[in-house]
Design a protein around this ligand. Sequence first.
Ligand code: NI
Length: 392
Amino acid sequence: MSSRSAETQPVVLAAADWIEIRRHLHRYPELSGEEYETTAYLKAVLEKIGVRVADYGLKTGLVAEIGGGEGPIVALRADIDALPIEEETGLPFASEHPGRMHACGHDFHAAALIGAAQSLKLRESGLPGTVRLLFQPAEERAKGAKQLIEAGALEGVGAVIGQHNKPDLPVGTIGITPGPIMAASDGFTVTVRGTATHAAVPESGIDPIVAAAQIVTALQTIPSRSIGAQERVVVSVTQIHAGNTWNVIPDTAVLSGTIRTFDETLHARVRERAEEIAAGVAAAYGAEASVRWSGGPPPVVNDAELTRLAEQSAAALGLTARGGVTSPASEDFSFYQRHVPGVFLFVGTSGSREWHHPAFELDEAALPDAAALLADLAERTLYRLAEPNTST
Ligand code: NI
């Protein structure tokens, strides 16, 4: 789109157009951090409907704004990246990029945010503030939210709203749950150091494999013996590597895995216990162990007041709000919530496959609802931030 677009009359896109946008994005998926065509396409669509795109110096992803003035700012966020998966849906608009697929429905999220932008644009003059649209790259690698925050996209923002499709909820149902709803994800690598020796003379060395095996077992006592039954914690060891032949005890063993928690305090506690167990068990066998963490996103924790406003939006739109909907997956939306209150909603899409499956599909009938929900909740939140003492 040329720079002349600002001079041309904006067009109004209807729900059928939003679905076409979703299909276009689905057809041309791009991986985390490589969303160049996706960004250019979304920018062109936003300019076509007269929404101003802001310059935050982003490589991929984009920020746009509707409304303005002295009032509050509410951010609406959609992720836009795809996965390294070969699509097996057989859809007429299936991926034309080999080995890449929108298998988590981020095409749906981006199109829904375009729909919300269109609805808000039509009532822009009546908005008591600004709605900032965050089309976020690299969610699947938990990098995009941090990039937008570092670029300044949260400056002045009073609340952030996001959503994710949910295949196991029917179309017309929205999962709206206060408190923790998605898990913190952490990867760990434990390196156990012993002393190599002939396999027939183990007493001459320190066997790291025996120590590592005990560490694997002992780590399972974190959920069962260190954390209360009312809490949700997962500890999974997923890789063990040691040695390279049958008659030598090696000098090191390396094991890795992941922990999932729904609470920041608990998250710190689980990490601490894992380090104590690794070091303590290794020491009992004369070995040494160190733990290296690859920190993932913290848990997604929904603000109570925003959750209540979301319930009001759902009711106003004739959608069914369902509480208690959570997921042990992680989402980098949580990084925004470290800075501003936020709410993350699950939109029912009546799918038959879970996220990241090569045959993942969703019912597009949910798209207009998802767009309407974002627009209504953004406006409702703006009013709440503008006049915090008004009862609703
Ligand atoms: Ni996703």
